[in-house]
Design a protein around this ligand. Structure first.
Ligand code: SF4
Ligand code: SF4
Ligand SMILES: [Zn+2]
Length: 539
């Protein structure tokens, strides 16, 4: 945690107790801060009922403790109360106020104030820059065959990382990968196209999920804080496919804008580590120890273009519908992008009604929808439920009542266990053998006729019966629930799993039987994990 002080003389935050410009002693104001741009000042004046222009010639910052810092004085911001204000009225007032005259004046003060901020904190910029460059140098030494890629989200952190990495490699042509989640703020998309235009030497690769967000929500319920399935389907999955496209065999060194100060989970990340989600990549985080204030120092120092949603007051610019966003962020989306926020809010209210919530509007507006767990109350697909019973005459066999008739694609899910043989069993009974890849001995025997829903699985290797039958359950859940989300291919180290043909396929020549894909999502499939109910019932 950093100490941010205030220099009264320079009317600027300083990152040292004594101001480097005027030598005045500062006083502590916060542990981290970000600037409030003239656009956000305009909104704050409306919300706080200040006279027009009241904040335009003040040095305004936003602290990590949710306080406003105005010319060095902190003041609370009762966001809960402000969020209840009439959104339509706020929008009307904003459009009345919005004038280039106002912004021009606001910006001439703002830009001067930022120049002072830079002057006061030069030492800090040199220090953090040096550390970031050291990390990139260390990563470069790992392996010369690594393909360096910048993971570019369009946020301020990846803007900084992109600049640092290109400078450290002395190469303007480092590949940038942008995972378009399809839920990007319009300002992010505008910034991305500006960035591409202004950096034409950068090979820019964009991945995008083929799924429609609302359609998936209809099938498996909206994402919640504990069940952010959207990250896998709309981010990790498509990005992993892109990485495979860049280089199927060469390892990838991906530079991310991850910062420890962002969350307690991220505070445990290492500077350089293997990606737990995408098998092919090693993740490097050059700005892992930076705070918000450092990011802005660097952006102003380097005069970098950045995503204009920060000017509006967004402190983070991921997916606008993310359940991890603050209610303030959704409040801002409702103000600036009603075309996105209002249909989403209506959809959430309709889900709340379907779930039988007594006050669906309150359930949504209070943010309680974000705490939803599993498939409780959702009229979701039952396809993942496993109906099975032990086979009366054989303790090592289980009979499944599948929710989906047997098709050839069923056997794809058994390939991680071994070689699929359609010839060794009695075809009249629909017997298919799964053989040990090394010895050719049967591991399990599947019995079920195409088009029927009855499948008998006999485990031949009885020593591992419990483990194997759990794994079979996982694969059957996949067969019943798979919506081709992309989660399984991203974890496979040999890229044996493909969904390209609209079917889950495993290339037996590439599969090394590591079984990593099987229990990746505990229950086998992300979808069935998402629909798991509170009682632990796995759908
Ligand atoms: S994760 Fe392992 S078992 Fe699964 S398909 Fe890939 S190589 Fe085969
Ligand atoms: S089986 Fe489940 S987790 Fe795997 S790709 Fe299909 S939907 Fe995703
Ligand atoms: Zn000073």
């Amino acid at each position: 945690m950093k100490n941010i002080f205030w220099c009264k003389q320079c009317n600027s935050p300083i990152l040292t107790p004594k101001c480097k410009v005027c030598n005045t002693n500062g006083f502590r104001v916060a542990s981290d801060i970000r600037p409030v741009f003239p656009e956000e000042k305009m909104l704050l004046e409306i919300l706080l009922q200040y006279p027009q222009g009241y904040l335009s010639k003040k040095s305004v910052w936003y602290t990590s403790g949710n306080l406003l810092l105005v010319d060095g004085k902190t003041q609370p911001l009762n966001k809960g109360a402000l969020e209840k204000l009439d959104i339509c009225k706020i929008r009307e007032e904003l459009s009345r106020k919005k004038s280039s005259y106002y912004l021009d004046h606001g910006y001439s003060f703002f830009n001067n104030n930022m120049q002072t901020f830079l002057l006061c904190n030069r030492e800090r910029i040199s220090k953090i820059e040096f550390e970031a460059f050291e990390i990139v140098e260390k990563a470069k030494r790992l392996d010369k065959d690594f393909v360096p890629i910048v993971s570019f989200s369009g946020g301020k952190d990846s803007t900084v990382v992109s600049d640092i990495v290109r400078r450290a490699y002395a190469n303007p042509s480092i590949i940038h990968a942008f995972g378009n989640t399809t839920l990007e703020l319009p300002e992010t998309l505008e910034y991305i196209s500006r960035f591409k235009e202004n950096n034409s030497k950068i090979p820019f690769i964009e991945s995008r999920s083929k799924h429609d967000f609302i359609n998936v929500c209809k099938k498996i319920g909206p994402p919640s804080r504990v069940m952010r399935w959207c990250c896998t389907i709309f981010k990790t999955g498509p990005i992993s496919q892109t990485f495979t496209g860049i280089s199927a065999t060469q390892p990838i060194l991906t530079y991310y804008g991850i910062r420890r100060s962002e969350s307690s989970r991220r505070s445990k990340y290492n500077v350089i580590e293997k990606s737990p989600k995408i098998s092919q990549q090693t993740v490097v985080s050059p700005i892992i120890n930076w705070n918000d204030v450092d990011i802005w120092l660097y952006i102003f120092e380097r005069n970098l273009d950045f995503n204009s949603s920060y000017r509006l007051g967004f402190s983070r610019v991921g997916c606008w519908a993310c359940p991890s966003n603050s209610s303030w962020s959704f409040f801002l989306t409702r103000i600036y992008h009603p075309e996105l926020a209002e249909p989403w809010r209506e959809f959430l209210i309709s889900v709340a009604k379907e779930m039988g919530k007594p006050d669906p509007v309150e359930y949504v507006d209070s943010g309680n929808w974000k705490a939803r767990q599993g498939g409780n109350g959702l009229e979701s697909s039952y396809k993942g439920i496993i109906a099975s019973r032990p086979c009366g005459d054989d303790p090592f066999a289980t009979t499944y009542k599948l929710a989906r008739p047997i098709e050839n694609s069923l056997y794809e899910y058994f390939k991680p266990f071994g070689i699929i043989s359609f010839t060794q069993g009695r075809s009249i009974l629909g017997e298919v053998f799964v053989l040990n890849k090394n010895t050719g001995e049967p591991i399990m025997i599947l019995q079920g006729l195409p088009g029927t829903n009855d499948l008998k699985v006999k485990i031949v290797n009885q020593n591992n019966y419990t483990l194997l039958s759990q794994r079979v359950n996982c694969q059957i859940r996949k067969y019943q629930s798979c919506i081709l989300c992309g989660g399984c291919p991203s974890i496979c180290p040999t890229k044996a799993i493909s969904l390209a043909s609209g079917e889950y396929k495993i290339n037996e020549n590439k599969c090394i039987g590591c079984l990593k894909c099987i229990a990746n999502f505990d229950t086998g499939c992300l979808v069935s994990k998402v629909l798991q109910t509170k009682k632990g019932e796995v759908k």
